[in-house]
Write a protein that binds this ligand. Structure first.
Ligand code: SF4
Length: 239
C-alpha cells in the first residue's frame, strides 16, 4: 500500500492530518523499511543496529537524503514490526524517518521495544514534540540549520525536555550553519544539557573545514561523519 492510499502525494502540511486520520488507535504504522546496518552516527556509532524507517515527513530539507521515505510505505501493525525487529537479534534499535513522531504508533513501538529489552533511539527533526516518548528512549534531535530551508520549523519548546541521555545534532552545510549552531549551543547551554553532535552535509563541505572551525573555537561538541556513507555506496538504501 502506497501512502497515501488514494494515490495523491503526501505534502508536508497534510502529514499530521493524514496520520491522525489513518492511525486513530496508535497500534499500526506506515513503515518504509526495516534493515540491519552499523549505526553510522550518534554516541552509538559503529554498533550493529536495527533501523525502522517510518513513512512521511512534514519538512523538505534542501539536502534530504531519504526523500524516498516521504511517500513509500506499507501499513503494518506494531506487533508485526516488533516481531521483525526481534528476528534480527540486535539490541540497538533506531526509529527514524522521514519524521517518525508524526505517527502515534511510533510511541507505542518505542515502548514495546523497551519492554523487550532493546536500547531505543528515535531520530527526529526537532519540529515535533519529543516529550511524547517514554522515559529512557534516547532522543536524537536534528535541529535544522539555516541551509536546510526549514530552520523556522524547529520547536524550541523541545529544548526544555532534553536530558543527559539525549543528543542534539547539527548538520553543517556552510559557515552560516556553523555560526548558527554555535550561537544556539551557547544560547540554550546545550553542552550542559546533553551530548552535542556536529556533522557535515555529505558532499557539500569538506569535513576537515568544519573540524578546524571546531578546534579553533574549542567547541564542546562531538564531531562525527556518517560512517555508513564511507563504508558503503553513499546513495545506497538499506545500509
Ligand atoms: S526532516 Fe529528515 S526526512 Fe524530513 S526532509 Fe529533513 S532530512 Fe529529510
Amino acid at each position: 500500500m502506497q501512502v497515501p492510499s488514494d494515490g495523491a502525494r503526501l505534502v508536508p502540511s497534510d502529514c499530521n492530518r493524514y496520520f491522525d486520520r489513518m492511525q486513530p488507535d496508535a497500534h499500526d504504522l506506515f513503515v518504509n523499511e526495516i534493515y540491519v546496518s552499523l549505526q553510522g552516527e550518534s554516541s552509538h556509532a559503529g554498533l550493529p543496529c536495527v533501523f525502522v524507517r517510518l513513512t512521511g515527513c512534514n519538512l523538505r530539507c534542501t539536502w534530504c537524503d531519504t526523500e524516498y521515505a516521504f511517500y513509500e510505505g506499507k501499513r503494518r501493525s506494531v506487533d508485526d514490526v516488533v516481531q521483525e525487529v526481534e528476528s534480527h537479534e540486535v539490541r540497538l534499535v533506531e526509529i527514524t524517518g522521514g519524521e517518525p513522531l508524526l505517527q502515534k504508533g511510533c510511541v507505542t513501538l518505542a515502548a514495546r521495544l523497551q519492554e523487550k529489552g532493546k536500547i531505543v533511539l528515535v531520530e527526529t527533526s526537532g519540529a515535533q514534540p519529543i516529550n511524547v516518548l517514554p522515559a529512557g528512549v534516547i532522543r536524537i534531535m536534528d535541529l535544522k540549520c539555516p541551509s536546510t530551508g526549514e530552520c523556522d520549523k524547529n520547536d524550541w519548546d523541545n529544548i526544555a525536555h532534553l536530558n543527559a541521555k539525549d543528543e542534539v545534532k547539527f548538520v553543517i552545510g556552510d559557515r552560516a550553519d556553523y555560526d548558527w549552531a554555535r550561537q544556539i549551543m551557547e544560547r540554550h547551554q546545550l553542552p550542559q544539557r546533553c551530548l552535542v553532535l556536529i556533522s557535515t552535509v555529505f558532499g557539500a563541505i569538506e569535513p576537515r573545514i568544519v573540524a578546524d572551525w571546531m578546534l579553533q573555537d574549542r567547541l564542546e561538541a562531538r564531531f562525527q561523519l556518517q560512517m555508513h556513507k564511507y563504508i558503503w555506496d553513499p546513495v545506497a538504501r538499506g545500509v
